[in-house]
Design a protein around this ligand. Structure first.
Ligand code: ATP
Length: 324
């Protein structure tokens, strides 16, 4: 490997910049050149490249989002699109890639790498923590902290007005943010994509809380919960339960941004460092992950084709036991 191309793709997540920085500085330390590719696969097809030096990544470790920008790029799914991208890489002298993104990004990387025999190592960057082969993805810890901050603020209002709040958090398939933020924020109930909760059971639980002199309650609803999101849950609960005034708050995109937590910065630094070392060692089509505080690798194919259930029974029980 002489020149590594690094890019971010799919949804942005806090920690992507710290990972870019780690890739650039590790590569330079190992006497390799680095090119930044803007806008993910779109920039690869457009030849939107920038040579990167150590100073290109100064003062970015604390920034959310991605300085290389990101995009979703449909034409890269075509043979012609990928041929154009490969031509640009060859012209720029890029002979290895580090891709930072989610499973869509990994799928593109896997296909492209097989088609043109170009080495690629991926770093999991998504707030959802929904990827196989790693305990944590970049951005998940920061997003959870952002949600906790929001819950704390909403709780002030809930407690002052004796209200019931339904807070919708990100997570279409994964309840990681909902469960962990719910426990850390002291939620009275948590509705998850992985586990159906009947509205009647939720009402029974809230009623029990009310009987035990709870004057306000917070219910965390993951986007992908089985009852169709926070508005639907609130509507159905209100029909049968009028103990408190009920309000809904959808946290939305504020969960994706912000300065990465120390955990995400360190994880990004470790993953970026490992990605470059894996490329140099001749490994390809792998994802860098972390298991039990050890950096590890998983073949991309496995990372793409497997789902991982990340909620432990312990955590579900803790949420239940501590909620009343
Ligand atoms: P997020 O977790 O935020 O959704 P992601 O990486 O899964 O991140 P996607 O939009 O699914 O985000 O994928 C990113 C890009 O990867 C796509 O816009 C496309 O350019 C490329 N990609 C995805 N699937 C394929 C595929 N089957 N073939 C080629 N390229 C693909």
């Amino acid at each position: 490997i002489n020149r590594i191309g690094v890019f971010t793709s799919g949804g942005d997540s806090p920690g992507m910049n710290a990972a870019i920085r780690a890739v650039v500085r590790t590569a330079l330390y190992k006497n390799k050149q680095v090119t930044g590719i803007y806008h993910g696969y779109q920039g690869m097809m457009d030849g939107d490249f920038i040579p990167m030096e150590s100073r290109s990544v100064s003062n970015i470790i604390q920034l959310g989002g991605t300085i290389l920008k990101t995009a979703r790029c449909l034409p890269f799914r075509t043979v012609e699109g990928r041929a154009q991208a490969y031509k640009n890489l060859v012209e720029a002298g890029i002979d290895g890639l580090v891709a930072i993104g989610g499973d869509g990004t990994f799928t593109g990387a896997e296909i492209f790498s097989r088609e043109y025999d170009i080495p690629v190592v991926c770093i999991p960057g998504t707030i959802d923590n929904d990827l196989y082969g790693t305990d944590y993805t970049l951005g998940y810890d920061t997003a959870t902290n952002t949600v906790i901050e929001a819950i704390d603020k909403i709780r002030d209002t809930a407690a002052s007005h004796d209200r019931l709040f339904f807070i919708e958090v990100m997570g279409r398939d994964s309840g990681c943010i909902a469960l962990n933020a719910g426990i850390a924020g002291g939620a009275e109930a948590i509705l998850l994509p992985e586990k159906a909760t009947a509205i009647d059971d939720l009402i029974q639980h809230l009623s029990k809380g009310a009987r035990q002199q709870k004057s306000s309650s917070i219910v965390i609803v993951a986007e992908g919960d089985h009852n169709g999101g926070a508005y639907n849950v609130a509507k159905r609960v209100k029909e049968k339960f009028s103990h408190y005034d009920a309000k809904v708050s959808i946290l939305g995109h504020l969960q994706r941004g912000g300065s990465p937590s120390s955990f995400d910065r360190v994880l990004a630094s470790r993953m970026g460092y490992a990605a470059v070392n894996q490329l140099i060692a001749g490994n390809t089509r792998i994802m860098i992950g972390m298991r039990g505080n050890e950096i590890c690798t998983t073949p991309l194919e496995e990372a793409i084709n497997n789902k991982e259930y990340k909620l432990s029974e312990d955590m579900l029980e803790i949420a239940e036991v501590l909620s009343l």
